[in-house]
Design a protein around this ligand. Structure first.
Ligand SMILES: Nc1ncnc2c1ncn2[C@@H]1O[C@H](COP(=O)(O)OP(=O)(O)O)[C@@H](O)[C@H]1O
Ligand SMILES: [Mg+2]
Length: 377
């Protein structure tokens, strides 16, 4: 029986529609689908930027710079699964946007030397069929990458439990008195999930991942190596001190480092005696000018970071709630929580209390205006 013979899943109208996900052949570069999946929560990523980001994405463990503990753990798991001829265990990757979760998810298929990678995005998974449709299409050894998994609905999530544990889904057919449940066997597969908010995952879901890895912001030395690699791919020669300065102002995040590098490359190209075909030489002056144009200051804070601090300053030291803060700076609450706040907290510029966010003394020293007026807009 094909899956189309099962008219209903619990609370669903049916499974007739095709799966929402896209499949990625193993030997293709990381997919558009993967980028679309993560685009929603990362501000300021244009279509061109996403395409360029794909071209900079590491495609093997060898290519992946930094996060050595995480990569070592995954390398061992991959080797062990390959040696046993088994599918890889389910993997949960957490960490701030832009640290490399999608890149890792997309390179695992190549490292296993088997399986296609199918991509789904948590926010689009509402009904059972949104996830069951893809699960039933998976071949043995395939990868299912679910980005932003904490944003899938509770209803869709329930189908993952037996799928992950027993490679099986229970479908309810018919409704009312005649309803009965049918077990549909799935091919053994690997679920790779990414989340920016590990704390929002339910316990039953989290416990079904055998491998849980957290990506941390990169030290500047790793970001400098990432920038060297990206510079090579983008046709830039980055001077050593320029590379160090850019790395230290990139919020510990490769996505920011690469984004800044692209803009700085434009600046460098426009100032010197660059000729078509030559590598673009990036020096410290180009970095300084480029970052100034981008509104990134010497501490790596951008305009939104400074706006956040100003809102906090203007409240006279009282805590400001997330909703008010988001409305005041014109960003989504989620973006504040996932992108801006972690960096400001890490830099010791704000802290969270039960009533909201407060600026720290360090923030006041660096950015506060002695007159008490907001100093940046
Ligand atoms: N370890 C790394 N080495 C080289 N480039 C990286 C690394 N991690 C991330 N990047 C770059 O940063 C971009 C964003 O990474 P991505 O995997 O999309 O992050 P996430 O999914 O965690 O938001 C990638 O396209 C890639 O260019
Ligand atoms: Mg991603």
């Amino acid at each position: 029986m094909s899956r189309k013979d099962y008219p209903a899943t619990p609370g669903d109208e049916g499974l007739q529609e095709e799966a929402a996900g896209e499949s990625v052949e193993r030997d293709q570069p990381a997919s558009t689908a993967a980028d679309d999946a993560s685009a929603s929560y990362t501000p300021g990523r244009s279509i061109e930027e996403q395409a360029e980001e794909r071209s900079l994405r590491p495609t093997s463990f060898q290519d992946f710079i930094g996060q050595s503990q995480v990569i070592d753990n995954l390398r061992i798991a991959v080797q062990a699964a390959r040696d046993r001829g088994e599918v890889l265990d389910h993997i949960l990757l957490s960490g701030m946007p832009g640290l490399g979760k999608t890149s890792i998810a997309m390179l695992l298929g190549g490292e296993m030397g088997a399986g296609n990678t199918h991509v789904l995005s948590g926010p689009t998974l509402e009904r059972g069929k949104d996830v069951v449709g893809t699960l039933t299409q998976l071949a043995r050894g395939d990868f299912l990458f679910i980005d932003e998994i904490h944003r899938m609905s509770a209803h869709a999530e329930e189908f993952l439990y037996s799928a992950m544990e027993d490679f099986r889904v229970d479908l309810i057919i018919e409704s009312g008195a005649d309803s009965r449940s049918i077990k549909v066997d799935l091919k053994p597969f690997t679920l790779v999930a990414a989340t920016t908010r590990e704390g929002l995952l339910t316990a039953p879901l989290r416990s079904r991942f055998q491998i849980v890895e957290k990506l941390e912001p990169y030290p500047s030395s790793d970001l400098a190596r990432i920038l060297e690699r990206s510079g090579g791919l983008l046709g830039c020669e980055i001077e050593q001190d320029a590379c160090g300065q850019l790395a230290s102002r990139s919020r510990g995040t490769p996505r920011f480092a690469n984004r800044f590098l692209r803009r700085i490359r434009d600046v460098a190209q426009s100032r010197g005696d660059w000729k078509s075909g030559d590598p673009v030489k990036v020096d410290a002056a180009a970095v300084a000018e480029g970052l100034e144009r981008l509104g990134v200051d010497e501490n790596g804070l951008d305009r939104v970071d400074r706006k956040i601090l100003n809102v906090l300053f203007s409240n006279g030291g009282e805590a400001v709630g997330l909703k008010t803060l988001a409305a005041s700076v014109g960003e989504e609450q989620r973006t504040i929580e996932e992108v801006y706040e972690p960096h400001l907290i890490r830099e010791g510029l704000i802290h969270r209390t039960a009533r909201g966010r407060c600026a720290t003394r360090k923030a006041a020293e660096l950015y506060g205006d002695p007159s008490g007026q907001p100093s940046f807009v």
